[in-house]
Design a protein. Structure first.
Ligand code: HEC
Length: 155
């Protein structure tokens, strides 16, 4: 797949970035994304290029650049709880996305300290390792542009 050189480049860029996702196995994450996430999500960049999943999937928001993004800010009809969490300062990173993926409702209840909070994502990942792998896979998308911007800013 065309993703491999891109992934190698991003892996190098991520290695230099302290805030980036570590731990996860990108290849395992790619196959877990395929079997568990892409029925509802895809990854499409700002030019409309489909980087993961299928083009016309809109059950869940586009996950391009999701690691590092404020929660609930894509062009998507989110549930109120997720938008509220984003407005309260929730920015997705490896640490918070793992518990979100394991149990979105409980995560939003804890984050908002409101037991009525609800997620509209009715899916759970079964274990931490799978969640970490998927996050490592997703963290590739968006980082290329960021790395290029940084390089441009430095020159
Ligand atoms: C059955 C459909 C479905 C599946 C399967 C699913 N999601 Fe979701 N996902 C959603 C919906 C719907 C939302 C919006 C949730 C809300 O508004 O509360 C969402 C939201 C999210 C968000 C928050 C995005 C944002 O912009 O804040 C992330 C991250 C996410 N999903 C990741 C995943 C990953 C990774 C997988 C695979 C392990 C997955 N989802 C599987 C439907 C799904």
């Amino acid at each position: 797949m065309t993703m491999i050189p891109r992934a190698a480049f991003v892996a190098a860029a991520l290695a230099m970035s302290a805030s980036a996702a570590q731990a996860g196995d990108i290849e395992a994450g790619a196959s877990a994304f395929q079997s568990q996430c892409q029925n509802c999500h895809n990854v499409i960049d700002s030019e409309g290029e489909v980087l993961a999943g299928r083009p016309n999937v809109r059950t869940g928001p586009n996950l391009y650049g999701v690691v590092g993004r404020q929660a609930g800010t894509e062009d998507f009809r989110y549930g109120g709880s997720l938008v509220e969490a984003g407005e309260a300062g929730l920015v997705w990173d490896t640490e918070n996305m793992v518990p979100y993926l394991l149990d979105p409702n409980t995560f939003l209840r804890d984050t908002l300290d409101n037991r009525r909070a609800r997620s509209q994502m009715s899916f759970r990942v079964r274990d931490d390792a799978t969640a970490e792998n998927i996050i490592a896979f997703l963290a590739q998308f968006g980082a290329v542009e960021d790395a290029e911007e940084e390089a441009a800013a430095d020159s």
